[in-house]
Write a protein that binds this ligand. Structure first.
Ligand SMILES: [Zn+2]
Length: 86
């Protein structure tokens, strides 16, 4: 089993942290890893600067990213199976 506290944050996790959405378990790593804190601080700063831009619409990129990750599960069994009449 991998100890999450020893793993550096992924870019996705850094982004979550910048948004205050990182799970507490991963924040433990951040608390003990200066390297990830530097990266995280940079990301958070960038995030704030972007959020302050008048023309920046946070919802747009955010939703796009979420939608790119969300996969709607398709049923493996098809409703259009063999014709019941045959
Ligand atoms: Zn780290």
């Amino acid at each position: 089993m991998t100890d999450l506290r020893l793993q550096h944050l992924t870019p996705d996790e850094t982004e979550l942290w910048a948004q205050g959405l990182l799970p507490a378990a991963r924040e433990l790593h951040l608390a003990s890893c200066g390297e990830c804190r530097v990266v995280g601080d940079r990301e958070r700063k960038l995030f704030r600067e972007l959020a302050q831009l008048p023309r920046f619409a946070p919802e747009f990129g955010f939703v796009e990213r979420i939608m790119a990750r969300v996969r709607i599960p398709t049923p493996s069994g098809s409703h259009l199976g063999p014709d019941p009449d045959s």
